[in-house]
Design a protein around this ligand. Structure first.
Ligand code: NAD
Length: 474
């Protein structure tokens, strides 16, 4: 795993704070409310020993709760060598805004553990994850009602499975124990479609952008996603799914992929699934056939393209490389990939930025569906699927009898198909992403002082949160 890139003098948290300050100023919000919005409600720091190869090793981690005006507070847990409290607090704040933007009724939280997962065996990772989980539970920072973790950088269904099992063992009588974590494996209470949800959400955000010709025009682009030249940084969970779906379902051309150990470029378009398989097989992107290799991975961000999707980590576009970015549209799949200063520079050049707080909200949207499913104790679609199927068949029979024409098989199949869990999760995700972007556009259009989507998204979020703080007191 790479180290944290040098940002341009501002910490990630300071960058987020600056953006929120600007939104607060535009809204003319009273100072007390502004301060309440910015402050993190509580932060837990833990240090605990785990025996690794016979020796006790000390691990340090955090869980920050930025807001609990809605419960549970929600946010991922990241495992990375460079995590710190500042970053975890900034990410927790981002979660509050994210949930508000896409209308998910959660507060904002985030966790992090300083660790390089590549240095530990599976058994060691399990022991470390379970111990960290016990610390969070002991201190009141994890439960289905108060605080629900999810995957983030360096964590996935495997870690979430260990976490939920640890919770279940400690609280065997909690009938809602599955709701203590989201992003679990499907066999252990996860919802179908969660793993790819964040990447799928990025795809839906871009699709919605291209449904609005005026917005497309603002980015100096035209047409649809078809044949758009896309550069993606980070082929992990988020980046892989976003790039793969955009390639195979929207006909976009993924012309470059930047990873930790270099970048590959092919202007005709890369086959994302093959690149992922190559990395899994060889452990590196280097040597991938039929592509030019760049040893300096960050160079790929500066290549000519239509859309740039940073999907790796924060602070990768700074005031140093921002002037060289050629993309007309940037979709922030990662959290905080553009620093505050870089954001200002890009805006001056008219680059349109779909902000992280909206663009990568697919994960928390589907986490919300998973949590609802866990509390309902029933798979989505189980009650109504066959009912709709039967109804569809009656409609086909009625049409065929009335017209004396047999409908083509594909059309009959479509009409009579009852929605399964995958269909419903995707539909709910698509709906949430579409409505949120329409709100963002509306907000930008109706206030002359709002010049970009990020500011519109923050204003939208802060309005909702401030209303809630006013209603319940803060
Ligand atoms: P991941 O660990 O699955 O993937 C990250 C990928 O980026 C890896 O392939 C890694 O090798 C690569 N990478 C790391 N540093 C890099 C660098 N400097 N240059 C190029 N490549 C680099 O993580 P993820 O879950 O895909 O998360 C990626 C980003 O998306 C993070 O910012 C995370 O906070 C954000 N995010 C994730 C989710 C989620 O559901 N997983 C939800 C919302 C936001």
């Amino acid at each position: 795993m790479n180290s944290k890139p040098e940002a341009d003098g501002l910490s990630f948290r300071e960058s987020v704070d600056h953006m929120v300050d600007n939104a607060i100023e535009i809204m003319g919000l009273e100072k007390g409310m502004g301060n309440a919005l910015k402050s993190c409600h509580s932060v837990l720091q833990v240090s605990f020993p785990v025996k690794i190869k016979g020796q006790a090793e000390i691990f340090t981690g955090w869980r920050a709760v930025h807001s609990d005006h809605r419960l549970p507070s929600k946010g991922g847990i990241r495992f990375a060598p460079y995590v710190d409290q500042d970053e975890v607090e900034a990410l927790a704040a981002l979660m509050t805004y994210k949930c508000a933007i896409v209308d998910v009724p959660f507060g904002g939280s985030k966790g992090g553990l300083i660790i390089d997962p590549s240095k530990y065996s599976t058994d060691e990772m399990e022991a470390i994850t379970r111990r960290f989980t016990r610390e969070l539970i002991d201190k009141g920072y994890m439960s289905p009602a108060k605080n629900v973790p999810a995957p983030d950088l360096g964590t996935g269904p495997r870690e979430m499975g260990w976490m939920v099992d640890t919770y279940r063992r400690l609280f065997p009588d909690d009938i809602n124990y599955l709701g203590s974590v989201t992003g679990k494996p499907v066999e252990h209470g996860g919802v179908r479609g969660r793993k790819e949800a964040t990447g799928r959400g990025v795809q839906y955000a871009l699709r919605e952008f291209f449904r609005h010709p005026d917005e497309v025009h603002l980015a100096n682009l035209s047409g649809t996603l078809k044949d758009k030249r896309i550069i993606i940084q980070g082929l992990g969970n988020v980046g892989y799914h976003a790039a793969h779906f955009l390639e195979i379902e929207d006909g976009a051309r993924i012309i470059a992929i930047a990873e930790c150990d270099g970048a590959i470029v092919n202007l005709q378009g890369l086959v994302v699934a093959e690149v992922r398989q190559y990395i899994d097989r060889t452990g590196s992107i280097k040597g991938y056939p039929n592509a030019e290799y760049l040893a300096n991975s960050a160079e790929a961000l500066e290549l000519d393209c239509d859309i740039l999707i940073p999907a790796a980590m924060e602070g990768v576009i700074t005031n140093k490389n921002a002037p060289n970015i050629k993309a007309r549209l940037i979709a922030e799949a990662a959290n905080g990939p553009i620093t505050y200063n870089a954001d200002q520079l890009l805006q001056e050049r008219g680059v349109q930025i779909i902000p992280d707080a909206y663009c990568n909200a697919g994960g928390v949207i589907v986490s919300y569906f998973e949590w609802v499913r866990n509390l309902a104790h029933v798979r989505f679609g189980r009650m109504e699927r066959r009912f709709h199927e039967a109804k569809g068949r009656h409609i086909i029979t009625a049409i065929e009898q009335a017209t004396d024409v047999k409908l083509p098989d594909w059309l009959s199949d479509e009409i009579s198909r009852g929605a399964n869990e995958f269909d419903l999760v995707r539909s709910g995700l698509d709906d949430s992403m579409r409505l949120a972007f329409q709100d963002i556009i509306e907000c930008r259009r109706t206030n002359d002082r709002i010049k970009d989507y990020r500011m519109a998204a923050y204003v939208l979020a802060i309005k909702k949160i401030a209303r809630s703080y006013h209603d319940i007191g803060y």
